[in-house]
Ligand binder design. Structure first.
Ligand code: SIN
Ligand code: FE2
Length: 215
């Protein structure tokens, strides 16, 4: 059985998943320790929490965010909020490094000039998954989504424009970046249950940064 951390610690060739969708393996490996430190600083001001869903449930993925606004969910629905509902304060600002890593990855995938104004930060404990969904609360669908994976590996489920479309399963490792935009911008996606493990940088968690242009 392949070891979960048996991952070559250097960037590998980009892989196209669908028109407009790219996997950039290891593209954030070099910046990963600095990205992880910044997550800690953001979480000190805007703690990870399990948000309420409109249906009355609770997100199993722990979330926080940063930027001009960040994605939230509660009994009233899904939206971008300029303030953290938990503290009433503006979200921590988007670190330059988040912006730069995302903008460079987007350019590599053919989306030059991507300037994110929002980052949702997801934290997965072992056993936690994210069901298939579309990212559709942003204003401008010409802007891509850039997703950076840190820590424990996970299985990315990548479908199509319709919920019932076939799903590709793509293994995501520490330092991998995904970009989807253009014809793939509204493709359904999710994360399979994270397996038990311990990562040298992030401990028993997977973290994911999704950089978006919300407004
Ligand atoms: C998301 O779709 O918001 C998260 C994807 C991921 O955790 O990789
Ligand atoms: Fe998403």
């Amino acid at each position: 059985m392949a070891d979960l951390f048996d991952h070559v610690p250097s960037p590998q060739a980009p892989r196209v998943l669908a028109p407009g969708a790219w996997l950039l393996p290891g593209a954030a490996l070099e910046q990963a320790p600095a990205l992880f430190r910044l997550i800690g600083e953001i979480a000190a001001a805007a703690p990870f929490r399990h948000m309420r869903t409109p249906g009355g449930g609770q997100m199993s993925v722990a979330m926080t965010g940063c930027g001009d606004r960040s994605w939230v969910t509660d009994g009233k629905g899904y939206r971008y909020s300029p303030t953290d509902p938990q503290t009433g304060a503006p979200w921590p600002s988007l670190p330059h490094l988040f912006h730069d890593v995302a903008s460079r990855a987007a350019a590599e995938a053919g989306f030059a000039g991507f300037t994110p104004d929002s980052c949702l930060i997801n934290r997965y404990a072992p056993g936690i998954r994210m069901g298939l969904h579309q990212d559709r609360d942003e204003r401008d669908f010409t802007q891509p989504i850039v997703s950076i994976s840190l820590g424990l590996p996970a299985m990315f489920l990548f479908g199509g424009p319709r919920r019932a479309d076939p799903v590709q399963r793509i293994g995501l490792n520490h330092g991998d970046i995904l970009v989807w935009g253009g014809p793939a911008r509204l493709f359904h996606h999710g994360i399979g249950p994270v397996r038990d493990g311990e990562h040298p940088l992030t401990g028993p968690f997977r973290f994911n940064l999704t950089l978006r242009r919300a407004c």
